[in-house]
Design a protein. Structure first.
Length: 100
C-alpha cells in the first residue's frame, strides 16, 4: 500500500465500524472486506463510500462515489489502438460497412 501511495478509504471514513461483504446463512458466517484501496491523493474527492443490500443474500454491493470526475476537463491524451479488434469479425464488419 505504501509503495503505491494507497489508503483504505473505508477505514478512514469509518474507523470503528465493522463491515462484511459476504457470508453464509447456514451456518451464519460473515467474511470481512479487507481493504478498499484508493490513491491517497483521491481522499478529498470521495463523496460516499458504503455497503448496500444486494440481490443475493451472501454478498453485499459496494458503492463508492467520486465527486471530482464531473469536473475533470477533457483534453489531449495518449491513445493506443487495441489491435486485437482486428481479429473480431463483428468489429471488422462494422468498420468496413462504415468506411468502405
Amino acid at each position: 500500500m505504501s509503495a503505491f501511495n494507497l489508503v483504505d478509504i473505508w477505514r478512514i471514513w469509518y474507523p470503528s465500524k465493522k463491515r462484511s461483504l459476504g457470508g453464509k446463512k447456514k451456518p451464519f458466517i460473515q467474511r470481512p472486506i479487507d481493504y478498499w484501496l484508493i490513491s491517497n491523493d483521491m481522499q478529498d474527492d470521495i463523496e460516499n463510500a458504503q455497503l448496500k443490500i444486494a440481490i443475493r443474500y451472501d454478498h453485499s454491493a459496494i458503492s463508492l462515489n467520486v465527486n471530482s470526475l464531473k469536473e475533470l476537463p477533457f483534453g489531449p491524451s495518449y491513445w493506443k489502438f487495441n489491435s486485437s479488434l482486428l481479429e473480431d469479425e463483428t468489429y471488422l464488419h462494422f468498420i468496413n460497412s462504415k468506411y468502405p
